[in-house]
Write a protein that binds this ligand. Structure first.
Ligand SMILES: NC(=O)c1ccc[n+]([C@@H]2O[C@H](COP(=O)([O-])OP(=O)(O)OC[C@H]3O[C@@H](n4cnc5c(N)ncnc54)[C@H](O)[C@@H]3O)[C@@H](O)[C@H]2O)c1
Length: 435
């Protein structure tokens, strides 16, 4: 049979009616990123509209009885952006500012991340508009269980597998797993990842994202002739991701010269004692007041003399107002979305190499994938096996992205999108449209 002209461009489609073109929010940023890669998709560009609308959006009402007898209602979401390459995968965020646009964008970035490291998942994300700090433990458990029941239509070990994100943790995953298991009548450990070790969690998951950040940093350093031994590193956010990445860089001979978190900004040009700093954070809740360093003004953090800068706290931290001050040769995005699009362009013009979140922080979902595989087989791997497999996947994924960036002379962010979008759209094309 003669194939139809596969190079025909995608038809232009209006925005879905549920979106307001004047207030697209984070989804608008994602749409711009897709437009930027479309010229590189070749004949697959015909399918690109697939990436510009989520496959499925579920908005749920989550009513719970509060401890004082009131009935409170919360808005919850689960968005499955793309399932061409496998079941949905992505975290659940509990935050008072969660919006549908944000969950849609985060679900799409999960599709890109999962395809970039080539784990067999689509992208999904969930959230509830709630400030969990205002809830008692009992209220939080009832909220989590009711939300899990409401999105039970969509999730399942081979359909869509949630995980922790902002303000959710192993305890919340345990409640989600239990609720799903009660509703289906069988213990289903593989319905969520990021679980406690005793409930089918994986060794190595806690450090996985920071280890991935370190791994891609080392690979990029080799390719650009930067010596990790003696390199000066500055880290924003010294929690799970930033703390682990800082520890691994220090163990490799780098000097962590500045750290900023919500309790303060500290500096030591000779290098901080990272194990002592981690202990201080465990004991006091933050880096502020650490004895082996000088305190510095928060706004001076971005201009600190360093070779590698790791934003590992919040989104939107590197902006057009501070990007010009950055002296680092390399920025490794541990956080999701830490660099605004304008700042990204400023860094590129200055010749700063940015290792984008969609590849740099993919270590977490990679070990979540290992957790899911181990749950299916009920056979658990050693931490050394997990770390070795993680490092191999991150190295291979980074090498593929690097090659595409060189070939097309584009940034690593655009290159990651090219690799990932081609994988998703190729899967779509091979599967064809049903019916
Ligand atoms: N944990 C993971 O597996 C994972 C995976 C992918 C992406 N991420 C992203 O990495 C980032 C950090 O996640 P985490 O798990 O390390 O969280 P965490 O809660 O363990 O640590 C967050 C850190 O950010 C700091 N911080 C908070 N507000 C700040 C502010 N205003 N200024 C400076 N620092 C501030 C906190 O003090 C803390 O050190 C988030 O963007 C998250 O979405 C995490």
């Amino acid at each position: 049979m003669q194939a139809k002209d596969s190079s025909a461009p995608a038809m232009a489609h209006a925005l879905p009616s549920y979106l307001n073109p004047d207030h697209l929010g984070p989804w608008g940023i994602y749409l711009q990123q897709v437009d930027r890669v479309t010229p590189y998709l070749g004949s697959l560009a015909r399918w690109v509209e697939t990436l510009k609308r989520p496959k499925r959006i579920l908005v749920v009402d989550v009513p719970i009885e509060m401890d004082d007898g009131r009935i409170a209602h919360f808005e919850g979401y689960r968005v499955q952006h793309n399932l061409s390459r496998g079941p949905g995968k992505g975290g659940v965020r509990f935050h008072q500012d969660v919006t549908l646009s944000e969950v849609m964008a985060l679900s799409a970035w999960m599709s890109v991340k999962n395809a970039a490291v080539n784990v067999p998942y689509g992208g999904a994300k969930g959230g509830i508009r709630v400030d969990p700090r205002t809830l008692s433990k009992g209220e939080l458990e009832r909220l989590t269980r009711r939300y899990t029941s409401e999105i039970g239509l969509l999730i399942g070990p081979s359909k869509d597998i949630p995980a922790p994100d902002v303000n959710t943790n192993g305890q919340i995953m345990a409640w989600m797993m239990d609720t799903y298991s009660m509703n289906t009548g069988a213990t289903a450990t593989g319905v969520v990842t990021g679980k406690p070790i005793d409930l089918g969690g994986s060794l190595g998951r806690v450090e996985a994202t920071g280890r991935g950040v370190f791994t891609v940093g080392v690979e990029a350093a080799k390719l650009t002739g930067l010596s990790v031994q003696g390199a000066r590193v500055a880290v924003q956010g010294f929690g799970n991701v930033g703390g682990t990445a800082g520890k691994l860089f220090a163990e490799a001979g780098a000097k962590v010269v500045a750290v900023q978190d919500h309790t303060g900004t500290i500096h030591n040009a000779n290098g901080l004692d990272v194990p002592a700093l981690l202990e201080h954070v465990t004991n006091t809740g933050g880096v502020g007041g650490f004895a082996g360093a000088q305190a510095m003004d928060a706004k001076d953090f971005w201009g600190v003399e360093c070779d590698i800068l790791i934003p590992a706290a919040l989104e939107g931290q590197i902006t057009k107002d501070n990007a010009g001050q950055i002296k680092a040769k390399m920025v490794i995005e541990g956080a999701n979305g830490p660099t605004t699009p304008e700042a990204d362009d400023i860094l590129t013009d200055k010749g700063v190499l940015v290792l984008p979140d969609v590849i740099a922080n993919a270590g977490g979902v990679t070990v979540s994938y290992f957790e899911w595989v181990q749950d299916f087989s009920s056979f658990f791997w050693t931490e050394d096996e997990i770390n070795a497999r993680l490092v191999r996947i991150m190295q291979e994924a980074f090498a593929a992205v690097w090659a595409v960036a060189q070939e097309h002379k584009v940034t690593l962010r655009t290159a990651t999108f090219i690799v990932a979008c081609k994988r998703m759209l190729h899967a779509r094309e091979m599967r064809g449209l049903y019916p």
